[in-house]
Design a protein around this ligand. Structure first.
Ligand code: PLP
Length: 349
């Protein structure tokens, strides 16, 4: 598909401006030399709305436009207590005059006594915070199921009072939100074209799958030879991958585009998330240190550090040919560095 054609399809959809785009895209000279590849960075940590941007803002431009069209008054969303997505949702809602309600799973069990990082920002921004502690022996999935029941109860309560509510799924993982990353890939493609650069590899951190599905759809349309490596920040299985493909195809249908993606367009890398979500890894933290010491850039221990550790491992183990053009898509999240010690791990040593 032609770039201009795709842009036309995207521009036909309702959207509100919440970020500052295009986000910067440039070469990391020192790390490129050290690694023997041309390493570029896409700075979605610079997306806005405030100083603490990230990848969710692209999705919210389409999701909150949909909320406004549906005349919502309240926007519900969900995540962990240090959710980057929840904080960006509150910030974006505030700028549009929408009220927000958060249901957050208190994975680090820190409570509301001395809120830090994103939870502190949620409080300052002003929103209804419902903090749900996990139960002993409960899996992440079970906890999420349980607090969604609580959230739906609250939502029904507000609706019964006559308030219209709009629900944004965890991470903004929804076909409408993923349109933001079809657009994001188009933005990256245009930047690469302007630099006469062929995109060989794109690495990004994967959580809810919304970012991945948008990027995969975008690359299928514009740069089918580009390999997108989606590095999981939490354990995922084959079913999750199928859900990403299904979401990408719903997004394409929503954009009134006929092309479809398949499993062959995806590479969901499940080797770098251990020991767990919001639990730092040695390699991830080493990647955080490397980017900081060589380029003066900050990434986080939960998502971007783990994604970068995957990229570094691919390059060092020879899975990527020397001289390749490799993009590290920085998706934000550095507020995690100001969260509870358990999220930092050996960065404190
Ligand atoms: C949410 C998030 C991701 C993952 O994005 P998904 O669309 O949920 O897969 C990656 N990096 C950071 C910093 C995030 O906050």
């Amino acid at each position: 598909m032609l770039y201009q054609e795709l842009i036309k399809k995207i521009e036909a959809k309702p959207r509100v401006n919440l970020g500052f785009y295009p986000t910067p895209f440039y070469k990391l000279e020192r790390l490129s030399k050290q690694l023997g590849v041309n390493l570029y960075i896409k700075r979605d940590d610079f997306s806005g709305r405030n100083l603490f941007g990230g990848n969710k803002t692209r999705k919210l431009e389409f999701l909150l436009a949909d909320a406004l069209e549906k005349q919502a008054e309240y926007v519900f969303t969900y995540g962990a207590s240090q959710s980057n997505h929840a904080m960006q949702t509150v910030a974006c809602c505030n700028s549009l005059g929408l009220k927000s309600v958060l249901f957050l799973l208190d994975l680090v069990r820190a409570g509301m006594k001395e809120p830090k990082a994103n939870l502190l920002l949620d409080k300052i921004l002003g929103t209804e915070i419902n903090l749900v502690p996990p139960l002993e022996g409960e899996s992440l999935f079970e906890a999420e199921e349980r607090y969604m029941v609580l959230a739906n109860k609250r939502l029904a309560e507000l609706e019964a009072e006559g308030h219209r509510c709009y629900s944004v799924p965890m991470g903004g993982a929804h076909p409408i939100g993923s349109a933001g990353f079809v657009n994001g890939f188009a933005e990256l493609y245009a930047q690469a074209q302007a630099m006469n650069l062929k995109l060989d590899y794109v690495f990004h951190a994967n959580g809810s799958g919304g970012t991945m599905s948008g990027i995969i759809a975008g690359k299928k349309l514009l740069a089918p030879d580009c390999k997108v490596i989606s590095v999981n920040a939490a354990d995922h299985n084959e079913k999750d991958l199928e859900a990403v493909v299904a979401m990408a195809n719903k997004t394409l249908a929503w954009l009134e585009i006929e092309e479809r993606v398949t499993l062959e367009d995806c590479c969901m890398e499940n080797n770098y998330w251990q020991p767990g979500y919001e639990q730092p890894s040695k390699a991830g933290n080493a990647a955080v240190r490397l980017l900081a010491s060589q380029e003066g850039l900050i990434c986080d221990t939960v998502y971007t550090g783990k994604a970068l550790s995957g990229l570094l491992d691919y390059v060092r183990s020879g899975k990527i040919a020397p001289g390749s053009n490799v993009v590290f898509w920085h998706t934000g999240g550095a507020t995690a560095l100001f969260a509870e010690d358990s999220i930092l791990g050996d960065l404190l040593d």
